[in-house]
Design a protein around this ligand. Structure first.
Ligand SMILES: Nc1nc2c(ncn2[C@@H]2O[C@H](COP(=O)(O)OP(=O)(O)OP(=O)(O)O)[C@@H](O)[C@H]2O)c(=O)[nH]1
Ligand SMILES: [Mg+2]
Ligand SMILES: [Zn+2]
Length: 296
């Protein structure tokens, strides 16, 4: 029996890094356990086979998850300490997706940054949005995986972390990783000419060690993302600026929707809280209520 870390998942097959540095392929004992990238597992060699067998998962420090089609929680990765959410000039940035990932990071208690990739295509259009995230307290980096601009700043943020990189398909997550390691290890492909959307090139999560220190999990791009919330009241905890204002609301249980004396709405009207972020908050509240409270 050995301790190992799951460094890649291919549905029920996994790649493991053993404590001694060796990497092996593995399958899972039984149907009960569902390891994900970042999991610490117990594994043992199988006689006369190259495969190892995963027999158990150590307790997770945290998990990044989402509700799946069937209303169950799907865990995307475990034991993270940093989240990098990427947007880019192309495909068109969906800031609501960025907010929902940041919300998820807040709720699992990890720090996060916003990376705006493809800066070679210009950043003027998104200054306002990027400043908004910076003002809230997130690290913000504009970079280009194409010409290398700003990549050093990304590297610095990742140096000591086990991070996950997330965002829409085609924003350049795998390209950024290739830049960071100075090698084309992760497959990439161009955004579709017709739809201007990504092609979902990365299909399996994989953990990659960075030469400057730290590891990063490349994850498949999404069309949409929502955090799995225990209840709609949890949403407020996922927005730093709403959480900060909430103490000044007239009612302790204010949901910041239609309540009188709401400091969140007031700060929104005064332009202290971004109306777009507030809209994002309301959408998460609605979404969670549609999915059914207390389902998770
Ligand atoms: N102009 C420009 N193009 C870039 C940049 N970074 C990536 N690209 C291109 O964007 C396309 C998508 O890049 P990927 O790295 O495959 O994107 P991804 O986010 O990993 O996509 P999925 O794996 O589908 O989620 C490729 O054609 C890249 O060459 C950049 O900084 N500037
Ligand atoms: Mg990719
Ligand atoms: Zn309020």
């Amino acid at each position: 029996m050995k301790h190992a870390t799951v460094i890649a998942t291919y549905s029920r097959r996994m790649r493991l890094a053993l404590a001694d540095g060796r990497e092996v392929n593995a399958r899972i004992k039984g149907k009960r356990i569902k390891p994900v990238c970042g999991d610490k597992v117990d594994a043992e060699p199988i006689e006369n086979e190259d495969d190892w067998l995963i027999t158990g998962i150590a307790e997770r420090r945290n998990e990044l998850s989402r509700p799946n089609m069937r209303g169950k929680v799907e865990v995307l990765a475990a034991n993270l300490d940093y989240l990098v959410v990427v947007a880019a000039a192309e495909p068109r940035p969906d800031w609501f997706i960025v907010d929902r990932y940041l919300c998820a990071a807040e709720l699992i208690g990890i720090d996060a940054c916003v990376v705006y990739n493809k800066s070679d295509l210009g950043t003027a259009d998104v200054r306002y949005e990027l400043d908004t995230y910076f003002d809230i307290g997130y690290d913000v980096v504009a970079c280009s995986a194409l010409n290398g601009e700003g990549i050093d700043n990304v590297r610095k943020l990742l140096a000591t972390h086990c991070a996950i990189i997330v965002g829409q398909s085609g924003v350049g997550k795998s390209s950024i990783i290739n830049r960071l390691i100075g090698d084309d290890v992760q497959k990439t492909s161009e955004v579709s000419d017709k739809s201007r959307e990504g092609r979902h090139t990365t299909v399996n999560s994989a953990m990659i060690s960075l030469p400057g220190g730290g590891v990063i999990i490349d994850s498949p791009g999404v069309r949409d993302y929502a955090p799995a919330l225990e209840s709609s009241t949890a949403a407020a905890q996922g927005f730093r600026e709403i959480r900060d204002a909430a103490g000044e609301c007239r009612f302790a249980n204010c949901r910041h929707l239609r309540e009188p004396g709401c400091a969140v709405k007031e700060r929104c009207e005064n332009g202290v809280i971004s109306p777009r972020r507030y809209e994002s908050y309301k959408r998460i509240v609605n979404l969670t209520e549609q999915l059914g409270e207390g389902r998770y």
